[in-house]
Design a protein around this ligand. Structure first.
Ligand code: UGA
Length: 426
């Protein structure tokens, strides 16, 4: 059992805190938001994240998980402190380290003698040094331990990781951090700090590359009469390629891929390399938003002016309530700009949610969204949509065109109900 402090209770910090408590460590989580701290202390999880509520309540009951306001209060007894604060995109595309620096400045004087501070936030290569500089505590060792948690399955990803990466100059400090994961016996890779930080960016950029590649092949499939879903099964059997992250879609999104890809472009330029491949990956993704918008325009009869489009799905993927950098919103903005009226439904989103286009109407249910619609577009792969009977949609919707941006719906069933269904890459 190790005494840990976690600074920041976003999905990464909160998942890290509750999972380490689940593994038996003594955990204090800090946030600057007093209201959030009060809610977490009552066992209320502020985000949609599978199993997080169950593990939060478990930690509170066992008594080895606490929440406090402010980092200084959390770190006084901690042997290891995890920085899990946001690193948003700065104006020039690089990562903004101001939250990391502010957190370090706040905790510096309160850290226990010879504590270890761990960067879990995604930070530019070289940030271990930035943390050391701000802390100004020669007795404290700084280690990098990047996270590879997907929103929606963050708890499972934490407890069953493909690997744990630890970047350190002081090997003993790195081993102490790696030992926190002993109970789950993951493959552990200990590197220097710059390599650990680069692994994080390279992993996200590689996954984004894979997805843009899939969407580009999907465009070719449309031209040559192939079916991208079969093509991806066919290439995914090749172990060198792997079968994951091969689902075509309306473009990739979320708070990480775009931000981290752009940050890596900056890191590359500063390192003296123009990463044209990655710039192309981002450009292909932006084109994908345009391509899906165009499919909806064609489905609406060639023009979006005065047309009503129903959208199912707003979040950047299913099983989360996160709207940040959601492809659905990028596409809705394009539809509205082209003169369409858009009505949307998402299982986790209601009218009050910030981050939504002002002109968008939110429906409380899927059928409500399609009333009066010329076209239906499916933009997030919520399972719920799969089970809606096409006949119920036909009864409520005047239009007969569906654009399935996630290749989610059963083509045959929808065609039987009289719909023309256009997917991605088929
Ligand atoms: C991503 C990474 O997968 C995590 O490993 C990483 O830790 C995290 O970013 C982060 O840096 O914090 P996440 O943003 O939760 O996780 O999202 P993903 O599940 O990777 O999906 C990203 C986007 O790709 C979504 O828009 C999703 O719909 C899309 N996607 C994913 C596809 O279009 N097809 C696929 O086959 C898989």
């Amino acid at each position: 059992m190790t005494r840990l402090a976690i600074i920041g209770t976003g999905y990464v910090g909160l998942t890290t805190g509750v999972c380490f408590a689940h593994l038996g460590h003594e955990v204090v989580c800090a946030d600057t938001d007093a209201d959030k701290v009060a809610r977490l202390s009552r066992g209320e999880v502020p985000i949609v994240e599978h199993r997080l509520d169950e593990l939060l309540v478990e930690g509170l009951h066992k008594g080895n998980l606490r929440f406090v306001v402010g980092g200084a209060a959390a770190v006084t007894d901690a042997e290891i402190v995890f920085l899990c604060v946001p690193t948003p995109q700065g104006e020039d595309g690089s990562a903004d380290l101001s939250y990391v620096e502010a957190a370090c400045a706040e905790i510096a004087k309160s850290l226990a003698y010879e504590a270890i501070v761990v960067n879990k936030s995604t930070v530019p290569v070289g940030s271990t040094r930035v943390v050391e500089r701000v802390l100004r505590r020669p007795d404290v060792r700084v280690v990098s331990n990047p996270e590879f948690l997907r929103e929606g399955s963050a708890v499972d990803d934490f407890l069953r990781p493909d690997r744990v990466v630890v970047g350190c100059e002081d090997r003993a400090a790195g081993i102490a951090v790696a030992a926190l994961y002993d109970e789950i016996r993951p493959p552990v890779l200990i590197t220097d700090p710059a390599s650990a930080e680069t692994i994080k960016y390279a992993a996200n950029a590689f996954l984004a590359t894979k997805l843009s590649f899939v969407n580009a092949i999907a465009a070719i499939c449309e031209g040559v009469g192939a079916d991208v879903d079969d093509v991806m099964v066919g290439i995914g059997y090749d172990k060198r390629i792997g079968s994951e992250y091969l689902r075509p879609g309306p473009g990739w999104g979320g708070s990480c891929f775009g931000k981290d890809s752009r940050a890596l472009l900056n890191i590359a330029t500063e390192a003296g390399y123009e990463f044209d491949l990655l710039a192309g990956v981002i450009a292909v993704n932006d084109e994908q938003f345009d391509r899906v918008t165009d499919k909806i325009r064609v489905a609406a009869g060639g023009s979006l002016g005065g047309k009503t489009v129903a959208v199912w799905g707003l979040t950047f993927k299913a099983r989360t309530d996160d709207l940040r950098d959601s492809p659905a919103i990028a596409i809705i903005n394009r539809l509205i700009a082209a003169g369409a009226t858009v009505r949307a439904f998402d299982p986790t989103v209601n009218a009050a949610k910030p981050g939504l286009p002002g002109d968008l109407t939110i429906s409380p249910d899927a059928i409500g969204a399609i009333v009066g619609a010329d076209v239906l577009a499916v933009l997030t792969e919520w399972d719920d949509f799969r089970w809606i009977a096409p006949a119920d949609v036909a009864a409520a919707m005047p239009g007969r065109s569906v654009v399935d941006g996630r290749n989610l719906l059963d083509r045959t069933a929808w065609q039987h109900a009289g719909f023309t269904l256009v997917g991605i890459g088929r």
